[in-house]
Design a protein around this ligand. Structure first.
Ligand code: CTP
Length: 218
């Protein structure tokens, strides 16, 4: 069945002035691989991308954003037509309270940066879930499974993809990943080290199988 995938990818940037920001090490590779894998299976794909240096995969509709608030607005706008939301973006949890319109000067800049929490995108769109399939990621340093289990439940997800980003072959910039898929039905599948393209294909296949089951149950 042809579905519409809404995929987020990359980091967000939380500016404190026009040239400085808080961000993280995400490169967007996993999210872009997911977008490409879904298109390869004949699905429609909207890719909401934070600032990354990656070309748009053929057949993908790309929406560029910078901050977490912009990403939330884009997800809210495009979720309406989506059947599946995959939140692979590494969303910054905090943003500076004050954003300066001009470059901050070291002589006048306060030594402590005051932050305010960003919205949790999955939390904010949870009321719109309905029959949609929601997939999240838990990128942790160390054993990711306890945190992944917590986030699967807390964020009301159908699937969470857990990985240990402290491993050099499974981190943000790597072309490979080593993940465990945890389904809300209790199913757990630990995949061996594989290319992010293969991990992406497995996640898309999981979503397709889940959707087929869902239709069968109706
Ligand atoms: N996420 C989100 N909105 C945020 C932060 C994260 O939707 N503001 C999504 C991510 O895209 C990912 C999942 O939630 O799919 C887990 O993200 P993660 O950063 O691991 O979790 P947090 O909720 O930020 O929790 P913690 O900082 O405690 O790890």
């Amino acid at each position: 069945m042809r579905m519409h995938f809404l995929v987020t990818a990359g980091p967000t940037r939380e500016h404190l002035d026009p040239i400085r920001f808080i961000s993280n090490c995400s490169t967007g590779k996993m999210g872009f691989a997911l977008a490409e894998a879904a298109v390869a299976r004949g699905h429609d794909v909207t890719l909401v991308a934070g600032p990354v240096a990656l070309p748009t995969p053929a057949g993908v509709t790309r929406v560029d954003v910078v901050s977490a608030c912009e990403m939330l607005a884009a997800v809210q706008r495009h979720l309406v037509v989506a059947d599946v939301l995959i939140m692979s973006a590494a969303v910054a949890d905090w943003r500076p309270l004050v954003v300066s319109g001009s470059k901050l000067k070291k002589r006048t800049m306060p030594p402590v940066l005051e932050l305010i929490p960003n919205p949790d995108i999955l939390g904010a769109v949870a009321p719109l879930k309905g029959a949609r399939i929601f997939v999240g990621f838990a990128a942790e340093t160390g054993d990711p499974l306890p945190e992944a289990r917590r986030k699967l439940v807390d964020k009301g997800l159908d699937l969470i993809v857990a990985n240990d980003v402290s491993q050099p072959d499974a981190g943000f910039a790597a072309d490979t990943n080593r993940v465990t898929l945890l389904g809300s039905d209790g199913a757990t599948e630990t995949l061996p080290l594989m290319r992010k393209a293969e991990v992406a294909a497995r996640i898309v296949a999981w979503v397709e199988a889940r959707c087929a089951l869902y239709l069968q149950d109706r």
